[in-house]
Design a protein around this ligand. Sequence first.
Ligand SMILES: O=C(O)CCC(=O)C(=O)O
Ligand SMILES: [Fe+2]
Length: 249
Amino acid sequence: MASSAPDPRLAFRIPSLPPSFYYIPSFISPEEEASLLSKIPPNRWTNLTHRRLQAVASTLTKSNTLLAAPLPSYLLDPIVTRFTTLGIFAHTPHKAPNHVLVNEYKPGEGIMAHEDGPAYAPVVATVSLGGAVMLESAVNPAPIHIAPLYTTHRILCEPRSLLVTLAPAYINTMHCVPAVTHDVDLRRATVANWDLLGEAWRYAAADDVDGSGGSGGTNVRTTRVSLTYRDVLKVSNAASRVLGLGGRR
Ligand SMILES: O=C(O)CCC(=O)C(=O)O
Ligand SMILES: [Fe+2]
């Protein structure tokens, strides 16, 4: 019976993590990666202390409202088409992403621990381009202002991969990208998605190609761009029509 067939998406769930993180290596091809990198507008970056950022199509208003504007076509195809096939945004209010935060990290850069918060439906789909980085996720057993963080998990985001974070992980965890030039001690015991990596051998120590022991490998950071797709809950069509807003920052 079709209903008893295993959900193919489960193959990509990171099993050692709390629900739900999914990791898909080689979500896009090297050609698609190069094309995406060439289409990111060079003049729309906002420089932050440890990374630079583009909010596409625009920055949310103070009330966390998106002024309706279509995503540019380079961010839609093929990525959003594949999201639709996988049903990633099937249960969000708009059934599709309507906002993308594009981050760029040079070696030594990162993003401090944070939650993505209530402006969005609890789904983030992140495509990595360029270099690999370690994303750290800290599970919080209680509301963040009451209890300190405990268990930290490490997720290696390879170039061309897709990382999907769904509720309850979206709500119960904080995440960061450490601002380092090298991600060290890479092996099965310390990298939650080791067995889902497309090219784990690249990151293993020379004496430890299966990642199970040894001294652990190192990822030497190079510039990495992340495309983080989200569905903003509050969308204003009126404001963008009347005020002519909604342009890209
Ligand atoms: O670059 C990443 O993978 C994480 C970015 C992030 O956490 C964010 O934009 O909220
Ligand atoms: Fe985030």
